[in-house]
Design a protein around this ligand. Sequence first.
Ligand SMILES: Nc1ncnc2c1ncn2[C@@H]1O[C@H](COP(=O)(O)OP(=O)(O)O)[C@@H](O)[C@H]1O
Ligand SMILES: [Mg+2]
Length: 246
Amino acid sequence: MNLSAIVKPCQLNTYQQGAIYCQYDKNKLCDFSPQVFNSDYWQDKNAIVGSAQGRGTTWFIEHNNQEWVLRHYYRGGLIGKLINDSYFYQGIAKTRAAQEFSLLAKMQQLNLPVPAPVAYQVVRSGLFYHADLLSQRIEKAQDLVAILTSKPLDPKLWQAIGKTIQQFHQQGIYHHDLNAHNVLIDDHEKVWLIDFDRGEQRKINKSWQQANMQRLLRSFHKEKARLPSFYWQAQQWQQLLHGYQS
Ligand SMILES: Nc1ncnc2c1ncn2[C@@H]1O[C@H](COP(=O)(O)OP(=O)(O)O)[C@@H](O)[C@H]1O
Ligand SMILES: [Mg+2]
């Protein structure tokens, strides 16, 4: 049976109260409250099953037999050291969270391998806002950095990674931060891309596509220099490119 045929479409609901604006998929989250964006709420329910440390903490949650990922939007770089999680508000549609949520929904419709969006929240304070996103966890998956610290990948899998990126590029999907932490492989050797903050659908153009690829290549070099063991060499990049170009 075609799996995509049994995936329920997104049923978008809005919740608004005071400074808080949320949208959520009622098919995935029938008992919505803004508490779902609060990690303490899940901690109290004993629903936190793991976490990952990036800019902030990414929480893995289990709820009603579903696995979710909760992430707060944090800034990187120098500005991030001053204003950690505040963004200038220019309307709900322009917020980081609303944009990532709708891009994920669009990519779902295009059958691209990404986490399904579950809900987002935007909280306004004066001219600024902060935001959170809840999305589905890719089950039994690890990111490329985690995998490559312990074992090498088959050439076929390197090609599959390149081919997957190509599928996104064919649909004009630009990833703002394509790096080895944002490529996941599950236990069926399926390749997934995550973390679409500031991504967007663009007019197809070699120059941003090449920029995506160069960023990924830089990230492999960076991890190789940083980690005592990292199973990646120039040859693997050639295998990935082979898949990308085929
Ligand atoms: N949907 C997901 N399914 C499985 N693992 C995830 C998912 N989202 C994030 N992760 C894991 O958590 C890590 C950090 O998440 P990410 O959303 O990329 O946050 P950031 O890069 O801002 O720290 C990822 O590198 C990955 O290992
Ligand atoms: Mg990331």
